[in-house]
Design a protein around this ligand. Structure first.
Ligand SMILES: Nc1ncnc2c1ncn2[C@@H]1O[C@H](COP(=O)(O)OP(=O)(O)OP(=O)(O)O)[C@@H](O)[C@H]1O
Ligand SMILES: [Mg+2]
Length: 360
């Protein structure tokens, strides 16, 4: 059992609060990712969970036991957690084998078992054959894998990983995602994972905590955070490129309408606070818009006339930028089989189920 409870934790550096009044409960066996831009407080929070830094306010408990308060911090080595640091922190004077085996030696695991566990984990992270090298003889990505192997080999109850795949090439990173996911399923380790890569967060996590300036903006399953961002900041960070200015025509539950591109009515789900006449933004992903490549746009509600501004062929899809009547530029994904000319009149159909509306 290894659930983590973070209760109203604040950490300041001078005048800056790197983490502000933050609460988060991570369940036993859960994979939670802290996702957010550089400087939002991810590493600071992880270091407090690990016991390397004390909170200025609040408390951190594991399975109900208080581990950190401003007055007292149980040291890292007595927390039963493994951590991979953002800058790896492997021991330069130890070989790859010695780096990885160290945690097992401390735990007095026998020599034969140590050898087989170290060998297994080095194979897992693609370092078989490099046991005798020193970190100075490895690439950055390989050093990162040593750090990962060192934390995995002891199979702790809780693993704290700070951007553990950031220095790997795309192919190895993809493989490691699958390995981490399978490892978690097999061992039931509770993972707290830090990244600023939204696709990595979505691929791995049970829940994602989107952080911004020391606070959690949204906590939820990847699908929820992706399709229903809580506010503009989250929408923007989750790669939601279209934030389209609109005006509320009618605020009436399922029958709500906004005008887009000037005067064209589009059905949407509105926040409860919205009122007719209010200026808002409709957030919608390019793949949730449908391009109707026809000069005479069908006069259906939710279809807005536009002109093709730019087309980019990407192989499996085509990204198309169109301009609405009021000059708003919108990105739409189109079928690569459709030929589109710049300047061509088209229609853009909005799917009301996949848009979110935020107050301006
Ligand atoms: N030891 C420190 N002294 C002073 N300021 C610090 C210290 N550590 C972190 N900060 C500041 O606290 C804020 C949060 O830093 P943190 O390292 O937690 O960010 P992060 O989300 O991990 O960013 P990145 O994605 O770049 O690693 C930043 O503004 C940073 O400059
Ligand atoms: Mg960091």
């Amino acid at each position: 059992m290894a659930g983590i409870r973070i209760e109203r934790v604040t950490k300041r550096f001078g005048a800056v609060a790197a983490v502000r009044d933050l609460s988060l409960e991570i369940h036993d066996h859960e994979f939670v990712t802290l996702l957010g831009p550089s400087g939002c407080g991810k590493t600071t929070l992880l270091r407090m969970i690990a016991g390397f830094a004390a909170p200025d306010e609040g408390a951190i408990r594991v399975d109900g036991v208080v581990l950190s308060t401003p007055a007292s911090v149980i040291p890292p080595e007595r927390r039963g957690m493994g951590m991979v640091f953002q800058n790896y922190a492997v021991w330069p004077h130890k070989t790859v084998f010695q780096n990885v085996a160290f945690g097992l030696e401390v735990r007095r695991v026998g020599r034969t078992e140590t050898r087989s566990r170290v060998t297994r984990v080095l194979e897992l992270v693609n370092l078989a054959g490099l046991e005798g090298r020193f970190p100075g003889q490895l690439s950055g990505g390989q050093q990162q894998q040593v750090a990962l192997a060192r934390s995995l080999v002891v199979e702790p109850g809780i693993l704290l990983l700070d951007e553990p795949l950031s220095n790997l090439d795309a192919k190895l990173r993809e493989r490691m995602r699958w390995e981490l996911k399978e490892l978690q399923r097999r061992t039931g380790i509770t993972f707290v994972y830090v990244t600023h890569d939204q696709s990595e967060a979505m691929a791995l996590s049970d829940r994602i905590a989107v952080m911004h300036q020391g606070e959690i903006m949204q906590l939820g399953a990847p699908r929820v955070v992706y399709t229903r961002p809580a506010n503009r900041t989250v929408a923007d960070f989750m790669g939601l490129v279209n934030l389209i200015p609109a005006n509320v025509i009618r605020a009436a539950g399922d029958e709500s309408l906004v005008s887009v591109g000037g005067t064209h009515p589009v059905p949407v789900a509105l926040p409860a606070s919205a009122a007719a006449g209010q200026a808002v933004h409709v957030a919608i992903r390019p793949e949730s818009l449908r391009l109707i490549p026809s000069a005479s746009t069908p006069d259906v509600q939710g279809t807005v006339p536009a002109k093709v501004a730019e087309v980019m062929f990407l192989g499996n899809i085509v990204d198309c930028h169109v301009t609405l009547d009021d000059g708003t530029r919108v990105c739409v994904q189109a079928d690569p089989g459709v030929v589109l000319e710049v300047g061509q009149p088209v229609g853009v159909h909005f799917d009301s189920r996949s848009s979110s509306v935020f107050a301006t």
